[in-house]
Ligand binder design. Structure first.
Ligand SMILES: [Zn+2]
Ligand SMILES: [Zn+2]
Length: 456
């Protein structure tokens, strides 16, 4: 026992002597650097960075050990933050809180067995590491700095209850890698794709439904003759806007001289938005001449079918890469405002918005006459503002014909898909009312009806 203790002490003494030597070497570099150039200087910076990361990791490890042994509470310092500021004065400039928090997590996680990495016995089945283990290991090996580690742990805690339990360590590894490559600020941007891939059923949709309620356009504020608006959009609205103004906002070189467009991008985008409004008003109550399709979303066939897992991805505009929740994609797939590029399980293109899915102009005209406007009970939205909804969803094999179609305004189209409501066409309208489409407004009525339908 005595010998082992001595051995550890002398090892630490040797390590401390090397640390002092490394510090002196780093201090000498500035006097030597001028004799060298290019590649060699880059290599030196790389080595200094490795040293720096190792030092920061060691500070977390040693602080964790001090916390574990109870040394900090026995000292005169109020807490581990002031203990750190006393012993590592450079942390007074900032970052002591993150190091202290990180050390506390490491101390709790590695508490029972010291800071050495857990080695499973030979007959012990290898369990996947817990998320905290993943992050602690990344911190102690110098891969992840303390502030980023704290962000990763906070983001994981926010996601935890919404993930499938078996995916916990995968998600922790993904967040850790993103933090290592791009820093803490980027960690949160992974949330939609993590929820799409590893979330419990419906979680991405729930996120997007929450975001959709935050959509707003301020009333105009006029100052010095200029009017300012504040516009806040959810992913779907933003992708729709970007698709609508995309081509219109491209730079137009002078047709005669070929000189570049002098307008800044911000002005081109604003002018494109006004042009879209102008065209919409000018279109009046006429049927659109061309297809409305402008937004392209790629989506896996299974995602389109299941309506629970996965997501669609916007391609081809500045909103490229935006994820669309599965039920949103199903709603968009009803009408021609989107081209879903449906992918098979191998990623092969199954359908790129075939005309079969879009209602023909003659059909739309007949639908306008039959429904008069939004077919949802109590809604008076006129026909030219409505979408043509497939009563049996296109994704479930519903046909593109009048007996399977109903006009819905954007809001009610959203509700019909969200609450999964079933509509039926009674044409000519029966005695119940003058509307051709009858809606069963109890949530889930669509799924109950679909289950009772003979397989196609
Ligand atoms: Zn629909
Ligand atoms: Zn409506």
């Amino acid at each position: 026992m005595y010998d082992k203790h001595m051995a550890q002490t002398s090892d630490l003494a040797a390590a401390r002597a090397t640390i002092v030597a490394a510090r002196e070497a780093a201090g000498a570099v500035r006097h030597l650097a001028w004799q060298h150039s290019g590649d060699e200087l880059g290599a030196v910076v790389r080595e200094l960075d490795d040293l720096d990361r190792a030092v920061r990791a060691a500070i977390v490890a040693v602080t964790a050990e001090a916390i574990r042994q109870g040394g900090i509470s026995a000292s005169q310092c109020r807490d581990s933050v002031s203990w750190l500021r006393e012993h590592a004065p450079s942390l007074r400039q900032g970052g002591s809180r993150a190091v202290a928090d990180c050390a506390a997590v490491v101390a709790a996680e590695r508490g029972g067995r010291g800071l050495a990495l857990h080695q499973p016995a030979h007959n012990e089945p290898a369990e996947p590491p817990t998320p905290v283990e993943v992050v602690c290991e990344a911190v102690l090996s110098g891969e992840l700095g303390a502030p980023t580690a704290v962000t990763v742990l906070a983001e994981f805690d926010r996601l935890r209850s919404r993930l499938r339990p078996e995916a916990h360590s995968t998600v922790a590894v993904a967040l850790t890698q993103l933090g290592r490559e791009w820093g803490g600020a980027q960690v949160r941007r992974l949330r939609p794709s993590l929820l799409a891939e590893h979330g419990l059923p419906g979680e991405l949709q729930a996120d997007h439904d929450t975001l959709a309620r935050a959509v707003c356009l301020s009333t105009p504020a006029v100052e010095d003759g200029l009017t300012t608006y504040r516009l806040t959009l959810d992913p779907e609205s933003a992708a729709t806007l970007e698709a609508a103004i995309g081509t219109l906002s491209a730079p137009c070189p002078d047709p005669v001289t070929g000189a570049r467009d002098p307008r800044p991008a911000s002005r081109r985008r604003a002018q494109a938005l006004i042009e879209v409004c102008r065209r919409a008003t000018a279109a009046g109550e006429r049927l659109p001449n061309s297809g409305k399709a402008a937004l392209i979303v790629t989506v896996g066939w299974e995602t389109l079918r299941s309506a629970l897992h996965g997501a669609g991805t916007v391609v081809g505009t500045t909103a490229t890469g935006t994820l669309m929740a599965p039920e949103t994609v199903r709603r968009l797939a009803c009408d021609a405002e989107i081209i879903p590029a449906v992918l098979g399980s191998g990623g092969e293109l199954l359908d790129l918005g075939t005309s079969v899915r879009f209602f023909a102009r003659a059909q739309t005209r007949a639908l306008w006459v039959r429904d008069g406007g939004c077919s949802f009970p109590g809604c008076g939205t006129p026909a030219h503002w409505c979408h043509a909804h497939h009563l049996v969803h296109w994704a479930d094999g519903g046909a593109t014909d009048l007996a399977n179609a109903a006009l819905l305004c954007h809001r009610h189209h959203d509700i019909v898909h969200r609450d999964r409501l079933r509509g039926e066409v009674h044409d000519p309208p029966d005695a119940i009312g003058d509307r051709a489409v009858h809606w069963d407004l109890s949530p889930g009525s669509y799924d109950r009806a679909i289950r009772g339908r003979p397989a196609a």
